[in-house]
Design a protein around this ligand. Structure first.
Ligand code: PLP
Length: 402
């Protein structure tokens, strides 16, 4: 017999999972071992973009599982080729590298930026500029690029020549950037960092600074991509085109896959043998992601994401009028952040726990922000029921404050 306490017995203690153990999911609902039903506004952290067990994804996964799982990159495979073709048709990119996660996609992006600078400008051009409070994954290179010391403290020595500027502050980038800069990496919306959006002017300014100093602009769209903001990728909202874009999370709809997208010219620096992955681009992941891309690149679906955004914002505003718990409600599409008023700072996790008691799954983004990242096709009745449960969770949360 296993239960939640088995976790503490046999798992490395780097996570602290919630008390329930989910066993089944359908659409935007999840059931635990005791058959309790939950509304899922967490979406597996912006991953399950088509909800749980979408019939078309299940069918494609089963079909691929009966044909071919794995061949390694000694060979190519049809699902990978078709997926790459679709991603290049739908974005600025001309070339794709497949990985298995977001961190690996960013690792490839950062390595490519270093290599491209080395090939074209020599060994001195190695500086990477990232942003305070950013999140780019958990490998050593990506925690170093990330702007949250708690994720890299104690793991040194860290990869060098990475500097952090202030998000939405172009002057702070100007102060750091030079001919020695090989790349600037940024999330168009900081997801883990509290659902904070970069302004259009700031992203345009970064594009100009990168062009001026021959640095590559990398958009980490691991959380903002795959339709999350109501466009396939968030750069399409702002008309600022990056040199490299990374995607993961939603693109697999729950199957682990990541990808780095770039231009033919830049891709040339990753010649045969310079980078690789045993599983990257495996037929199972690519087959599922191909169906995800087919479904989420539909204009109607993307417009519905914007409609559902307004539905959430209206509902959250009404809840906040009643309870006056949030100082700010923000975000884009179905990536929404609700910042707690100062009196409740540090208590976002408590609110999450209250929500779970009301059979509702939400996320946090740091200690002060409740984050929602539901399925892009969440039915309106699940939004309404979810918001009703949130209202009750907030009432209970507030009743416990002094
Ligand atoms: C989740 C996330 C990552 C890391 O992705 P993994 O699949 O966990 O490695 C990187 N960047 C951003 C913006 C993310 O949200």
């Amino acid at each position: 017999m296993t239960n939640r306490s088995t976790f503490d017995d046999v798992m490395v203690p780097n996570y602290s999972p919630l008390p329930i153990i989910p066993v089944r999911g359908k659409g935007s609902r999840i059931w635990d071992e005791n058959n309790n039903e939950y509304i899922d506004l967490a979406g597996g952290i912006a991953v399950s973009c088509l909800g749980h067990c979408h019939p078309k994804l299940v069918q494609r996964l089963q079909q691929q599982a009966e044909n071919l799982w794995h061949v390694s990159n000694v060979l190519t495979n049809q699902p990978a080729l078709r997926l790459a073709q679709k991603l290049t048709e739908l974005t600025f990119a001309e070339k794709v590298f497949f990985a298995n996660s977001g961190a690996e996609a960013n690792e490839a992006a950062l390595k490519l930026a270093r290599k491209y600078a080395y090939d074209h400008f020599g060994p001195e051009k190695t500086q990477i500029i990232s942003f305070e409070n950013s999140f780019h994954g958990r490998t050593l290179f990506t925690v170093s690029a990330g702007g949250q010391a708690k994720y890299s403290d104690g793991f040194g020595p860290l990869p060098g020549d990475i500097d952090h500027a202030v998000y939405n502050d172009l002057a702070s980038v100007e102060a750091l950037i030079s001919e020695k800069t090989c790349a600037v990496i940024i999330e168009p919306i900081q997801g883990e960092g509290g659902v904070k959006s970069a302004s259009k002017d700031f992203l345009k300014g970064l594009r100009e600074l990168c062009d001026k100093h021959n640095a590559l602009l990398i958009f980490d769209e691991i959380q903002t991509g795959a339709g999350r903001t109501g466009e396939l990728y968030a750069y399409q909202n702002v008309d600022v085109i990056p040199d490299i874009l990374t995607t993961a999370k939603g693109i697999g709809g729950g199957f682990p896959i990541g990808a780095m997208l770039t231009t033919t010219e830049i891709a040339k620096s990753l010649v045969v043998g310079t980078h690789g992955s045993t599983y990257g681009g495996n037929p199972l992941g690519c087959a599922v992601a191909e169906v995800v891309v087919d479904i989420i690149s539909d204009r109607q679906l993307l417009d519905n994401v914007k409609t559902k955004h307004r539905k959430f914002m209206d509902g959250l505003d009404r809840i906040n009028e009643r309870h006056k718990i949030f100082s700010d409600i923000r975000g884009s599409g179905l990536l929404i952040g609700c910042e707690l008023k100062e009196a409740y700072h540090g208590k976002a996790k408590d609110l999450l726990t209250e929500a779970l008691s009301q059979n509702l799954m939400v996320l946090v983004a740091g200690p002060n922000v409740m984050r929602l990242a539901p399925s892009l096709i969440i039915p309106d009745e699940d939004i309404e029921q979810g918001l009703m449960s949130l209202d009750k969770a907030i009432a209970s949360f507030l009743s416990k404050q002094d």
